[in-house]
Design a protein around this ligand. Structure first.
Ligand code: B1M
Length: 210
């Protein structure tokens, strides 16, 4: 029987093959993919984050755990997105300039796809002008920015300013998120919305474009 706690522990140990094997077994047993995501992968990654913060593990261990998380996510992604519905909207997403963290951004991207959005993922370290050109080219309804560092949060404001300078601010809704980001910061920089986690981000995107 699927043991989500065991998956979280293998993730923390950075054992990607075992995470992949157990995620597949859980899927085969019919465990809800959202439960696997929340109770195994996100839980395990959150715990490695606490260990990292307390200097109980270091960057290499975190990177290896992140790789194990991605191994599990690869299997879950098609299940989370396989909903035979037309895109409810288009979202351009990326981690802002100077910031290389992408695990949370990828989760948001996945939840958006699961909610029926077409997602154009620009990756990490995305400069402001790239957000603007991608939003224009793809006729995006929404732009989603992620930042995990306090030092890269100002890049969110710079990006919003770039949309204004390009005369395109009114054509898109802009949402922000990431561990150091708050609702008051979102308000301060003139974003249309803030979400604390991936699931709320998908809900917020729906609200923003409705
Ligand atoms: Co980094 N790192 N890191 N790191 N890292 C943090 C963020 C940190 C808090 C760790 C710590 O010191 N306690 C700290 C930031 C401190 C600060 O700014 N105040 C930090 C630091 C300092 C650094 C470096 C500077 C370390 C160094 O080199 N000295 C360096 C910076 C590199 C750079 O970006 N330029 C660095 C590097 C790395 C790794 C490469 C080793 C790795 C990233 C791997 C990768 O992403 N591919 C890494 C990791 C893994 C972490 C921690 C441990 C985990 C982050 C993570 O993936 N969490 C993190 C500590 C922590 O968070 N406890 C830490 C899991 C993920 C699911 O959560 O991304 O928050 P999160 O996403 C959530 C929500 O925030 C939200 O939804 C997600 C899930 O529900 N969300 C959004 C995210 N984006 C959203 C967008 C939205 C809405 C919601 O709308 C658009």
């Amino acid at each position: 029987m699927a043991n989500l706690r065991e998956i979280a522990d293998f993730l923390k140990a950075g054992n990607a093959p075992k995470v992949k094997e157990l995620v597949q077994a859980a899927i085969d047993e019919g465990v809800d993919p959202t439960d696997i995501l929340n109770d195994a992968l996100i839980t395990g990654m959150g715990e490695i984050g606490v260990l990292f913060k307390n200097n109980e593990v270091y960057v290499p261990e975190v990177l290896i755990a992140a790789r194990a998380m991605k191994a599990g996510l690869t299997l879950l992604k098609p299940l989370l997105v396989e909903k035979d519905v037309k895109p409810v909207g288009k979202v351009v997403i990326g981690t802002v300039k100077g910031d290389l963290h992408d695990i949370g951004k990828n989760l948001v991207s996945m939840m958006l796809e699961g909610a029926g959005f077409q997602v154009i993922d620009l990756g990490i370290d995305v400069p402001a002008d790239k957000f603007v050109s991608a939003a224009k080219e793809n006729h995006a309804d929404c732009v989603a920015m992620s930042a995990l560092l306090t030092t890269t949060m100002p890049a969110m404001k710079d990006t919003i300013e770039a949309f204004k300078a390009a005369g395109f601010r009114d054509q898109v809704k802009i949402m922000v998120g990431g561990a150091p980001v708050t609702q008051s910061f979102a308000d301060e920089i003139g974003a249309d919305g803030y979400a604390p986690d991936a699931a709320s981000a998908a809900e917020l995107a729906k609200e923003l474009i409705s």
